[in-house]
Write a protein that binds this ligand. Structure first.
Ligand code: HEC
Length: 198
């Protein structure tokens, strides 16, 4: 009996199916596949960028939107520091950094201004800088403790930036009377006002 004619298509089919299964399992076991690359965001980003200006929609409403944008990790595809880094020296084990250990992310407009415009001219409204903060000293894999964020909004205030502090799961105790975490002209300017421009 000659089995070669009916068997050959069967063998080819079985081999093709096995090869397909091997490819699928290889893709699924690739690190990062089907996993969120970031340790912080819990949800997928559902908020489109740029956000409306806080001076147009009101700072209360903008604050909610910005916190959701941050919580959902919407900034995580932007250009960023290559690693978590310190912001100052350590003397006798004490950090003299101005912020804790950080990783800074720049929205495309800020990156364009930094990298291609050589920091000339103005950063357009809607541009955002997100600074992730970690315990000092800087160490890869540290747990994020909070964010500080700058949002460009020229007509919102004299210095032209909206300032924000946010932390995972953080809610102010008495939002009506507590010192604001986010808004125009915040305490951030005690240091940041010394910037030459922008
Ligand atoms: C004690 C002074 C000080 C205070 C207060 C302060 N900052 Fe900063 N901030 C700095 C300095 C200095 C840097 C630059 C640090 C570095 O990059 O190493 C910086 C960097 C940043 C950056 C990154 C900027 C960039 O271009 O990389 C952001 C965003 C930021 N601060 C936001 C804030 C916000 C929002 C607040 C208030 C909630 C605040 N900061 C309060 C001193 C301060």
């Amino acid at each position: 009996m000659n089995f070669r004619v009916p068997l050959r298509p069967l063998i080819v089919t079985v081999l093709a199916v096995l090869a397909g299964m091997a490819v699928i399992s290889a893709i699924e076991s690739t690190p990062g596949h089907a996993q969120n690359p970031s340790p912080t965001p819990v949800k997928r980003c559902e908020i489109s960028f740029p956000l409306p200006n806080p001076s147009d929609i009101g700072t209360r409403k903008f604050e909610q939107l910005l916190y959701a944008f941050i919580d959902q990790g919407c900034y995580r595809s932007w250009v960023a520091d290559s690693q978590i880094r310190n912001t100052g020296p350590f003397l006798n084990g004490t950090s003299f950094g101005t912020h804790n250990a950080v990783k800074v992310f720049y929205s495309p407009e800020v990156w364009d201004w930094l990298k291609h415009k050589d920091r000339q001219g103005e950063i357009p409204d809607g541009a955002i800088i997100v600074k992730e903060m970690f315990p000092s000293p800087a160490k890869e894999g540290s747990k994020l403790s909070a964010w500080t964020i700058m949002v460009k909004d020229k007509k919102g205030s004299y210095d032209g930036w909206y300032w924000s502090f946010h932390a995972p799961g953080y809610k102010p105790d008495n939002p009506d009377i507590d010192y604001p975490d986010s808004g125009f002209g915040l305490y951030c300017l005690r240091c940041h006002a010394s910037a030459e421009k922008e």
